[in-house]
Design a protein around this ligand. Sequence first.
Ligand code: NAD
Length: 274
Amino acid sequence: MTDQTYLTLNDGRALPQVGLGVWQTPADTTADTVEVALAAGYRAVDTAAVYRNEKGVGEGFRRSGLARDAVFITTKLWNENQGFDAALAAFDKSLGRLGLEFVDLYLIHWPAPTQDLYLDSWKALVRLKEEGRAKSIGVSNFAIPHLERIIGETGVTPAVNQIELHPRFQQADLRGFHAAKGILTESWSPLGQGKTLDDPTLVAIAARHGKTAAQVVIRWHVQLGLIVIPKSVTPSRIAENLDVFGFELSAQDMAAIAGLDGAGRIGPDPAAFG
Ligand code: NAD
């Protein structure tokens, strides 16, 4: 397998471009799944307090025997814990469940604009970064006005905005804004939750490269400069999803996939959720 690529965050730290997502990975098997992924070469895992499997992520990491600085672990602040003090307390609980002294990346999971607490939560994350307990900080599901507000009020630009992004929902405007601000875009549900993989365009491109449609889609995210966190609990698929560094999509392949945009979101609308 060709070496995986790393991207540099706006705070100077590096993160692997392909990581393992663990939403809906059962709590009692998460340690096994994470152990398998780290043995297969993954060096990044994306969890969240609300996934209820942070404990398994920490345990899988410890079983791997890898050094702490070799693995990039992300978790997220859940909506009901928004606010300055509540976010600090929720972060402590996440660290406790993970069994770690720090996380690599801490994200506000949703802006939850009707609560109007995301600015206070962001100030808590800035504090956690200053303390070194969250090495990098970012957000998830933020729209441009939410990003502008937290940057304007604190002067601290999130390292990452993790957003729904797959061939049928490509988010070009938000990606453009991120690029202009130095925010990396991280794609959640990057495979469209597996529902887009029988698309004839993807199947044809995959056949030409001797790859699977999942590998083509993950490679598309990689070539767009995105961070991508496909989820699987199946060891063969976990390995397959990381094996995307030994081939390249052509400009025509990229254009054909660009043409699949338009079906819209699978997940909730961030303007209304939370
Ligand atoms: P995904 O797009 O990664 O799809 C996962 C599904 O695709 C699997 O359950 C499986 O059915 C299928 N699949 C995976 N690999 C495959 C392969 N090689 N061949 C065929 N089918 C394959 O969906 P996801 O889990 O929703 O998203 C990935 C990660 O993004 C999550 O685990 C989580 O970490 C993160 N996420 C974040 C948010 C957020 O609000 N920040 C929301 C959803 C997901």
